[in-house]
Design a protein around this ligand. Structure first.
Ligand SMILES: CC(C)(COP(=O)(O)OP(=O)(O)OC[C@H]1O[C@@H](n2cnc3c(N)ncnc32)[C@H](O)[C@@H]1OP(=O)(O)O)[C@@H](O)C(=O)NCCC(=O)NCCS
Length: 147
């Protein structure tokens, strides 16, 4: 069974190992120092756990009127089980509870699986971000209005 819980300092090693599996230099991976900062920050950092194993995580930044999904990832062996959807839905509830009206995110335009996920979760493309990523790939800014 998967549990969604806040990530704390004791999960830092597992989180850094997961990040290494998920993102290479072309996708802005987060450093240990950055995770450590976000654990204490005002954003939302949630993990999906099976037992003690960290299967996935989501990091959402909070702005005045909106939230921004900065990162979302699920370990390869846990994919297609609905974990990213669970993380996103839980984060979205928290964002709504903090009275924000929109949720935004950026995704590589060539990341078709993530785009399909976001599409199904109700995000729409707001604009294209030409050559947004370090390797020159375009990005898409997507938005969802929370009700
Ligand atoms: C994208 C990612 C987060 C999806 O995680 P996940 O837990 O497998 O996603 P879910 O199981 O919640 O998928 C929900 C829906 O999204 C779509 N989807 C997810 N992965 C997909 C894939 N590989 N191919 C096609 N559709 C996919 C499907 O519609 C899926 O529903 P279904 O399984 O009933 O068909 C995961 O593949 C990942 O971590 N990728 C690498 C990191 C990354 O790209 N993060 C996003 C950066 S913006």
């Amino acid at each position: 069974m998967i549990r969604i819980e806040r990530i704390t300092d004791r999960h830092l090693n597992a989180l850094c190992e997961l990040e290494e599996k998920l993102f290479d230099a072309s996708s802005f991976p987060l450093s240990r120092r950055a995770f450590s900062y976000h654990i204490k920050g005002k954003g939302i950092l949630l993990g999906a756990f099976e037992g003690e194993t960290l299967a996935g995580y989501i990091l959402v930044f909070m702005y005045t009127k909106s939230g921004r999904v900065y990162s979302l990832g699920v370990a390869p062996e846990f994919r297609r089980k609905g974990i990213a959807s669970m993380l996103m839905e839980r984060a979205q509830e928290i964002v709504m509870g903090r009275r924000k009206s929109t949720l935004r995110l950026e995704v590589r335009s060539d990341n078709l699986q993530a785009r399909k996920l976001y599409n199904e979760l109700g995000f729409v493309i707001e604009k294209t971000l030409p050559a947004y990523y370090p390797d020159g790939a375009d990005g898409l800014k997507m938005v969802k209005t929370l009700s």
